[in-house]
Design a binder for this molecule. Structure first.
Ligand code: URA
Length: 237
C-alpha cells in the first residue's frame, strides 16, 4: 500500500506536491470515487483517475540531461509555438523538465517522468546547489565582491551565494565572466543578483547541478543519466 499522491507522482504525470493539490481540489478518483483526503493509501489493483484519465501504474522511470540551447522554453508545451526542451528528446515517455531556465539561458536541464526525483531536486529544503557562468557588464570592484560575499537580498529574502569566482575579465570591452553557485531556484535569480549590483547579465549558462556537470554535451545534445548518477542524487536527500 502506498499513499495516493506518491502513486500519482510515480506515474510520471506530475510532481507529488501538484498531485496533492489535485487531490484536495477533488480531481482524483479511486475506483470511481472522488477522494479529497491526502492520507489515503492505495494498492496495486486500485484504479486511479486524475482529471478523468486513468494513470499508468506500470511505467519505467527515465532521466535525461540536456544542454538547452538559447531560444527554447523549459516547458512541455508552448501556446506561442516556440521550441521546448521536449523537442530535443526522443522518448515516448511523458517526461517534463525539472525546474526552469529562462528562454535566453543555455545549459543543463534534467528531464524525467519520476515525480519523486523531480521533487527532490526542486524542493527548497534539499538545497541542491546549481552553478552558472554569467557574462556580465563591467568589472567587479572590491565593493561588489564584498556585497556578493555577504549575500544579496532579493525581494526581501537573502540569496545564499555558496561560491563565486571571476573566471575572466575583458577590460577593453568592460565585461566579466563570473562562475556563481547558489542553492535556490527563484525565477531569474542570477540575473536579479547581478542587476542588484549594477552589472547586468549579458549571457547566462547553467553548467552544473550538484555533482552533475554539463561535460561535453554540445548545445541541443542530451544523454540519459546513469543509474549511479540517479542514485547519487537520491543520496543527497
Ligand atoms: N537565474 C536566472 O536569472 N535565469 C535562469 O535561467 C536561471 C537562473
Amino acid at each position: 500500500m502506498e499513499r495516493l499522491q506518491k502513486i500519482i507522482a510515480q506515474s510520471g504525470i506530475t510532481s507529488r506536491r501538484k498531485a496533492e493539490e489535485l487531490i484536495t481540489q477533488g480531481k482524483v478518483r479511486v475506483n470511481g470515487k472522488i477522494v479529497k483526503e491526502l492520507g489515503i493509501k492505495v494498492n496495486g489493483n486500485d484504479i486511479i483517475e486524475v482529471e478523468g484519465a486513468t494513470i499508468n501504474r506500470d511505467i519505467s522511470k527515465v532521466y535525461y540531461v540536456l544542454n538547452k540551447p538559447r531560444g527554447v522554453i523549459t516547458s512541455v508545451s508552448d501556446d506561442k509555438g516556440r521550441k521546448t526542451v521536449l523537442d530535443f528528446i526522443d522518448t515516448d515517455k511523458r517526461i517534463y523538465p525539472i525546474g526552469r531556465l529562462d528562454y535566453d539561458t543555455t545549459g543543463l536541464v534534467i528531464l524525467t517522468n519520476d515525480g519523486d526525483f523531480a521533487n527532490l531536486l526542486m524542493h527548497p529544503s534539499y538545497h541542491i546547489p546549481k552553478t552558472y557562468i554569467a557574462k556580465i557588464e563591467g568589472l567587479l570592484n572590491k565593493e561588489d565582491i564584498i556585497r556578493l560575499k555577504n549575500g544579496i537580498t532579493i525581494d526581501n529574502r537573502q540569496v545564499n551565494i555558496i561560491d563565486f569566482k571571476i573566471k575572466d575579465k575583458n577590460k577593453e570591452k568592460q565585461t566579466s565572466l563570473i562562475e556563481i553557485t547558489i542553492n535556490e531556484g527563484r525565477n531569474h535569480i542570477v540575473k536579479k543578483i547581478f542587476e542588484k549590483i549594477k552589472h547586468p547579465v549579458i549571457r547566462l549558462s547553467r553548467i552544473k547541478i550538484a555533482f552533475l556537470d554539463i561535460g561535453n554535451l554540445k548545445s541541443g545534445e542530451y544523454r540519459e543519466l546513469s543509474i549511479k548518477e540517479v542514485k547519487k542524487f537520491y543520496s543527497l536527500k
